[in-house]
Ligand binder design. Sequence first.
Ligand code: SF4
Length: 352
Amino acid sequence: MLNNMTQNDLDKFAGKVLEGAQFSDDELRELLRINENEQLEKLFYLSRKVKDHFFGNKVFLYSFVYFSTYCKNKCTFCYYRANHEINRYRLSIEEVRNICRALKGESIHMVDLTMGEDPYFHDRPENFVDVVRAVRSELDLPIMISPGVMGNEVLKELHDNGANFLALYQETHDQQLYRKLRVGQSFEDRVNARKFAKSIGYCVEDGILTGVGNDIESTIRSLRGMEANTPDMVRVMTFVPQEGTPLEKVNRISSIEELKIIAVLRLMFPDRLIPASLDLEGIPGMVHRLNAGANVVTSIIPSDSALEGVVNYDRGAEERHRDPKSVVECLKTMGMEPASQADFNRIVGLVA
Ligand code: SF4
């Protein structure tokens, strides 16, 4: 499709995407099959052009607070799955407050409160509501929650107490693959939790993994699955095999696949939030992801932080270069900068 396109043709193509052009499965297949550099560059040029139309050189930054690494589930891809004998932690409210205090005045647009499905919070949701309230009282920023699947009443209460965004990744919309990844967990419950959250005013994020047994057809099913649920933010992350888990022997694929899917997501979801996670390849990886069409930087943590990430490319490192200042410095070298808080608040529906 992009093979013989000149720059002029690409600009016209971007114009069609902005006018609402939809992609057929055959077209998605063709884009996902690209593996030659010149065509990849054309794909990234297109996705940046579309992103720039909506966001210019502005980027949103999310601070990541993985406040409990306990989990009752056994997802085969995950380092934090139950029964994996690793060091775990659960932050106290005071520790969460201290993190919030350290974030004051930093270039952060939203705080992402993430946990495994920790029974301490899932069996007593009021404990989680207290965490959200504490963050709300410390910081005047939107709050994303990534708690796994919680019931409708709890989601409502969390929203009433200050949660604005629900991140709940399906990982795949290919049901066969889902059963192998999220072992013993309901596919529908996840979809329905996002639907319910959206219906009561949350913004929602869905996400998929790549390099975890998904072929192109499976990826297309996932893209269509995400499309059907109209998320406000769409994510793809490369699967990184984790020692001591059932998928530890899977070969890690090149991050080119993730970059390609980011670009395709940008073409399918032109005006949505698409993250460049620091958790896989730090700031150098962020640059590639932003150049592929992402417009949000996630997994930002203070340089002296011992907080866990999901993949944690820098687990155990003494200094971790994914703090807000390092991110902003790098953005400047790319001709980009943090967006205003007012712009972000408009996206999450917090209009002054
Ligand atoms: S992916 Fe989430 S729900 Fe699954 S085992 Fe890991 S922390 Fe638990």
